[in-house]
Design a protein around this ligand. Structure first.
Ligand code: GTP
Ligand code: MG
Length: 136
């Protein structure tokens, strides 16, 4: 089985959508939440997390948004969960995301798209270490 890092972004927390989004993940049969924390992200963590986007025009506003309020970080385990949570989330741009997906149902603009989920086994490995260094 796999593990993935999921972040409920500050817009999800501000808008009272923590339960809604976690509920969708929990209802997926066979997936388990194995860690969960509400926290604010410092600049170093954000820089490490979104390093691949450094230098892009949306990078600075993205980091400002991600530090605009608390986020919820969670570890989800299960069969093909990396691909699966990306599927539940929908495409990055909420306008392109189908109804029924998290971003399609609740997303507003591309930056404020409610949820992050690791996009590969390599990203998951790196991001889980960054957010939950104590994880065994
Ligand atoms: P994450 O799970 O947050 O990593 O989203 P993603 O994997 O679907 O998208 P990506 O890693 O390419 O971009 C990271 C985040 O930057 C996105 O979730 C958006 O919040 C933001 N972003 C990406 N592309 C754009 C863009 O073209 N314009 C703006 N304004 N924001 C963008
Ligand atoms: Mg990404």
């Amino acid at each position: 089985t796999q593990r993935t890092l999921v972040l409920l972004k500050p817009d999800a927390v501000r808008r009272g959508l923590i339960g809604e989004v976690i509920g969708r993940i929990e209802r997926k049969a066979g997936w388990t939440i194995s860690a969960l924390e509400l926290r604010s992200l410092d600049q170093d963590t954000l820089e490490a997390h979104y390093g691949e986007h450094k230098g892009k025009p949306f990078y600075e506003p993205l980091v400002a948004f991600m530090s605009s309020g608390p986020i919820v970080a969670l570890v989800v385990e299960g069969e093909r969960v990396i691909e699966g949570v990306r599927q539940l989330a929908g495409p990055t741009d909420p306008i392109a995301a189908a109804p029924g997906s998290i971003r399609g149902d609740f997303g507003t603009i591309v930056r404020e798209n409610l949820i992050h989920a690791s996009d590969s086994e390599e990203s998951a490995e790196r991001e889980l270490k960054l957010f939950f260094p104590g994880l065994v």
